[in-house]
Design a protein around this ligand. Structure first.
Ligand code: NI
Length: 175
């Protein structure tokens, strides 16, 4: 089911998300909702806090950019190694129409649980590695704007202010 995507300003986006203790039907339905909401918004990744749920679950689909990487769901993911650096433009569904250059590792290896509750690893470079780092950040309450230069943040100031109001209003209604 498609869910509303929470905007910057909602405190759920700043929470340290709780690990999943058991991959049950509730978690699988959360993953379905993440995929549905991400696709409806034409995004390449979405994390549970972005639909208001502070659990360590996210989905990524960069298959349009990098056909070698199929859509993936990650439960309790953690980066186990990284290498190199890359700088590239990033956006986020919680920050509509805002983009900025973010420095990330060029390649990462991530360990996570799959929908059967089994541990697996996924590794990638380029855009996929960027998406992995962006989505994992969300699970720790870190947002892409935190990585921008202060000049860039300054330029975004009025847009961020507007978004923040929207996010705060959502949080008020939903807590
Ligand atoms: Ni994001």
């Amino acid at each position: 089911m498609k869910r509303e995507i929470v905007k910057f300003g909602a405190s759920v986006l700043r929470q340290e998300c709780a690990p999943v203790s058991e991959v049950d039907s509730e978690v699988r339905s959360l993953v379905d909702d993440l995929f549905d909401s991400m696709r409806a918004a034409e995004g390449v990744g979405l994390a549970a806090p972005q639909i208001g749920i502070a659990r360590r679950v996210c989905v990524i689909d960069v298959s349009a950019q990098q056909p070698d990487y199929p859509p993936i769901a990650l439960i309790n993911p953690r980066i186990i190694s990284n290498e190199g650096t890359q700088v590239g433009e990033e956006g986020c569904l919680s920050f509509p129409d805002l983009y900025g250059d973010v420095k990330r590792a060029e390649s990462v290896t991530v360990e996570a649980l799959n929908l059967d509750g089994e541990t697996f690893t996924t590794e990638g470079s380029g855009f996929y590695a960027r998406a992995l780092q962006h989505e994992l950040d969300h699970l720790n309450g870190v947002l892409f704007v935190d990585h921008l230069s202060s000049l860039k943040r300054q330029l975004m100031r009025s847009a961020l202010k507007r978004l923040k109001k929207e996010g705060e209003a959502w949080q008020k209604e939903n807590s």
